[in-house]
Design a protein around this ligand. Structure first.
Ligand SMILES: CSC[C@@H](O)[C@@H](O)C(=O)COP(=O)(O)O
Length: 384
């Protein structure tokens, strides 16, 4: 399962607004198509957003290079930079919370500067930008596997050392939202950790929240875990406290859209609730994210820009008619749940919340695991 597939310069994404009932691949022909797909959440998840934006830039430049004659903006690194700058600026505004997109764009911009400093031709700089853009997407799977293994080993060792589980005993892990293959270029972050535990025979059960109003849990994580054959249980977002009162949850593992310098972490709305409840129940709370999600330029969670989605989206549900009619192909319907005269000002719809570092037990990256030493701040310098 994947969110993006490429063939040379061709890019297609699976429309995640239609999953799991309808699998439709849609072409992404221009950076503007990428912008629309990200903004409308046809593709979502911090690493996948960055990958699509970068791949759309690679395609845009590659097609220009093969034009005859090539456009004048390919003549020098400076011309390339001034032509692409507004396109990159625009992509950056598609979704503001996930920092991976901004990190990818910074990487691309740095190639223009290198081209200028090294007196490269416009054509060579363009090729270097294409290579850097494709690397953003290609690097993702390897680092996801690395962080998933590191996080799984760390949490098992911790639980075994404190005597919560016996050596070899499987553990139950709760997650929020969707952080698997569909949210990344493959394998996933927090869901990757869960997958790794499953592959090692160390997962008892994965619990996952529905993650309303977009239902990334109900629609996407459910699909991924079913496909992988991972034993799992879905719960409504409001049931996390009840779950922890009645079932053994050994750890919570979530992804991140941005981790501030002090360790405060923005992730899907509802993550903070899970963290508060984990603290109350003494359950370790892990953030699993690539280094490209760490943002040392943002001092704390207070400065993380939090996207508010259109109010209407909070009262919509996507699915198929129930019960299914035999012989009738599933077709998605969007239903409106609230009273038709509910004013849009009467709806609060932040897409993310911030979990303070003090509630986080450890931040897991491909470069290592950073433990919270018991304070209000997590020092990320060892993995940056
Ligand atoms: C590996 S994905 C990490 C995060 O991007 C994920 O947890 C999340 O919050 C996704 O939110 P979304 O609004 O679906 O893009």
């Amino acid at each position: 399962m994947t969110s993006i597939r490429t063939n040379g310069d061709e890019i297609e994404i699976v429309d995640q607004l239609l999953l799991p009932h309808v699998v439709r691949w849609v072409p992404v022909l221009t950076p503007e198509d990428a912008y629309d797909a990200i903004k409308s959440m046809k593709i979502r998840g911090a690493p996948a957003i960055a990958s699509l934006a970068a791949l759309s830039i690679a395609r845009y430049i590659s097609l220009a290079l093969s034009a005859s004659p090539p456009p004048s903006w390919l003549s020098t690194p400076a011309a390339l930079s001034s032509h692409l700058s507004p396109i990159l600026d625009h992509l950056l505004t598609s979704r503001p919370t996930a920092v991976n997109l901004s990190q990818a764009i910074t990487r691309i911009r740095s190639v223009f500067s290198k081209g200028e400093a090294q007196l490269l031709s416009g054509g060579d700089t363009a090729l270097a930008v294409i290579a850097e853009s494709r690397a953003v997407a290609d690097e993702d799977v390897g680092r996801n596997k690395a962080m998933s293994r590191l996080g799984a080993e760390w949490v098992l060792a911790m639980l075994e050392a404190e005597g919560t589980v016996a050596p070899g005993e499987p553990i139950n892990v709760l997650t929020v939202c969707n952080t698997g293959s569909l949210a990344t270029s493959g394998y996933g972050t927090a869901l990757g950790l869960i997958t790794h535990l499953h592959e090692q025979g160390r997962l008892g059960r994965a619990f996952y929240t529905q993650s309303a109003p977009y239902h990334q849990g109900t629609r996407l994580t459910a699909l991924e875990l079913l496909t992988l054959g991972v034993p799992s249980t879905m719960l409504c977002d409001t049931m996390v406290g009840s779950l922890m009162q009645h079932f053994k949850v050994h750890a919570v593992a979530v992804g991140a859209d941005r981790v501030a310098k002090n360790g405060d972490t923005a992730n899907k709305i509802g993550t903070y609730n899970a963290a508060v409840l984990a603290k109350r129940h003494g359950v370790p709370f892990l953030v699993v994210a690539p280094v490209s999600t760490l943002d040392p330029k943002t001092p704390s969670g207070k400065e993380i820009p939090i996207e508010h989605r259109p109010p209407m989206e909070a009262v919509l549900a996507r699915g198929v008619a129930y019960p299914p009619k035999e012989g009738v192909e599933a077709e998605q319907v969007v239903v409106q749940i609230a009273p038709p005269n509910l004013s849009l000002e009467g709806i609060y719809n932040p897409s993310f919340d911030v979990t303070p570092a003090e509630l986080i037990t450890a931040i897991v990256t491909e470069n290592g695991v950073v433990e919270n030493k018991g304070g209000e701040v997590i020092d990320l310098s060892s993995v940056l």
